[in-house]
Unconditional design. Structure first.
Length: 160
């Protein structure tokens, strides 16, 4: 497909917050049915689908090990906050947050990243292995989909 010269238009559609057990296929259909035409692209947040599928972990129930506590205290606060962050030209507000990385909560999050994604992902300063804590209530983390392509195929089939 050639994109040169092609004009694209986007329309953001709001839905309610999806919770575990929601029929996300119906929610997507309901949101797009008035607008969808042949050849249109439908883009859906992976986190929304993962939330509806119940791929959430309550990090408050995780007991961090020594490695997770070291990553939170030394790696995040000092290595990222004072060395890697400035080298990567992170924004000053991001550096400030890294230098104040929350130790108990951060250690639990790093333990989840270690157990789900491994050491290299746990050393990242955000979205470790696709684990997402932004815009998720309380102490929950959203895990990535096991097979995003299968979910995309399921949505496409449903909308057809």
């Amino acid at each position: 497909m050639k994109w040169e010269g092609m004009r694209l238009r986007f329309r953001a559609l709001a839905t309610s917050y999806w919770v575990p057990g929601d029929d996300y296929l119906y929610l997507i259909e309901d949101a797009v049915k008035r607008y969808l035409r042949d050849g249109d692209l439908v883009i859906v947040s992976e986190k929304a689908i993962a939330s509806a599928k119940g791929l959430l972990v309550d990090e408050s129930s995780i007991k961090p090990g020594l490695l997770a506590r070291l990553i939170a205290r030394l790696w995040m606060r000092f290595i990222w906050g004072y060395i890697l962050g400035p080298l990567c030209h992170l924004k000053p507000i991001t550096l400030k947050r890294l230098r104040r990385y929350p130790l108990p909560e951060g250690a639990r999050h790093k333990q989840l990243a270690l157990s789900r994604s491994g050491l290299l992902q746990a050393l990242r300063h955000g979205s470790e292995g696709g684990i997402d804590v932004s815009n998720i209530p309380y102490s929950y983390a959203c895990l990535p989909l096991e097979d995003p392509q299968a979910e995309a195929d399921r949505i496409e089939e449903h909308l057809r």
